[in-house]
Write a protein that binds this ligand. Sequence first.
Ligand SMILES: [Zn+2]
Length: 191
Amino acid sequence: MRRTIAIRRRLEFCIQFLLCSSLFMALLKILQYPDERLHTIAAPVPEVTDEIRVLVQDMAETMYAAPGVGLAATQVDVHKRVIVIDVSNTHDQLLVLINPEITTHEGESDYEEGCLSVPGIFGKVPRAAQITVEALNKDGERFTLDADGLLAVCIQHEMDHLLGRVFVEYWSRMKQSRIQAKFRKQRRKVM
Ligand SMILES: [Zn+2]
């Protein structure tokens, strides 16, 4: 009997926690290709303020909810050099990159990429296999990260967004036109 009460209390606590956390969650709208705003060049962040930390939190929640492994501020129509990434299976290793710059790169990778702004489209684009990136974290502290594998590809993909570039734009014009037509048709159906 005591055990049943304990389980019920734990369940009630979990439900309360879920309700509370959902109240504070701010899911941002992700721009969908071929939205012109995806071609905006993001500006450097002059100072990591509380406003930037709220943006980082909202972007992380939006990325986890989507679900995705990376999101650039450009994709939520905020044109500042801010990126969130989590390539872990456990979704508990959030990486925040503010004003990121790649300082070294080598090798070639052949990961198949996808994008929350181009749902359902996957393909390879030329990327370096290993990179070193310098950036600020959410506390405004500078750090250096050596990355390879999926993480390296993800960082390069998100950094392209900050320059107004979507991964499908590495492909032929004909392929891009086909993808654009598909998304415009889908949008007309929704409207
Ligand atoms: Zn993307």
